[in-house]
Ligand binder design. Structure first.
Ligand code: PCA
Length: 215
């Protein structure tokens, strides 16, 4: 039986909830796998340490991390994590410190590590499965430079170190109740919770299949 570790995050940036935390708590173990859950702090260092500790103790076959990206119009199955921490937005106008007050700008995650890791999960196949089920989804080629990218990078690095483990990341939009205005306004998107849950549950079902985590 496969062991899947699924992680989510606590709220950040003044939000009352983080859909990723609610998802992790609501998911059912898929057929053929046992499910372990971990809620991470939105802290570069704290999240990395908690992830390493849990992965070291549990040695999961699959690590699926989930986070919120309000600019994602649908489920975004991440393909790449870069070796870069930055709290500074791409346009250089907004600095978003993590929940501990730490705000790195263009620092490597692992000075000795590669520039990037690809997800070890079958991103394209997962998006196709979501699409077939009517769940809006796409492959994403940037997980950003904030705490989610940090966790994805370290997850992929741990998977490489342990061997036999695959790791990847899915970003989800806001919940409708987190958005004051209509869906899509100001480049912010929402998706109802039942659709998100159905989508992540479907991803878990795919990942629980014996041959689904090859690169
Ligand atoms: N989203 C942030 C960090 C935590 C979360 O849920 C991100 O995209 O980096």
């Amino acid at each position: 039986m496969k062991k899947i570790l699924v992680t989510g995050f606590v709220p950040f940036n003044g939000q009352a909830v983080n859909p990723s935390e609610l998802l992790v708590k609501a998911l059912e173990p898929p057929e053929g796998a046992e499910l372990e859950r971990l809620i991470l702090p939105v802290e570069f260092r704290g999240a990395g340490m908690a992830l390493e500790e849990a992965a070291g103790a549990l040695h999961p076959d699959v690590l699926l991390s989930i986070g919120q990206a309000g600019n994602a119009p649908c489920l975004a199955v991440e393909r790449v994590a870069v070796n870069l921490d930055s709290s500074l937005s791409a346009d250089g106008r907004t600095l978003l410190a993590d929940n501990s007050g730490f705000a790195p700008v263009d620092e490597p995650i692992c000075p000795e590590g590669p520039a990037a890791y690809f997800s070890q999960l079958p991103a394209r196949a997962l998006v196709e499965a979501l699409d077939a089920a009517g769940i809006p989804a796409r492959v994403s080629y940037s997980a950003g430079t904030y705490v989610c990218n940090h966790v994805m990078y370290l997850g992929c690095r741990l998977a490489e170190r342990y061997g036999g483990m695959s790791s990847g990341f899915v970003h989800v939009p806001f919940l409708p109740e987190q958005l004051p205005g209509p869906n899509g306004e100001d480049g912010k998107y929402s998706l109802p919770f039942p659709e998100m849950l159905k989508g992540i549950q479907l991803i878990l079902a795919e990942l629980a299949k014996p041959a689904s985590t090859q690169r």
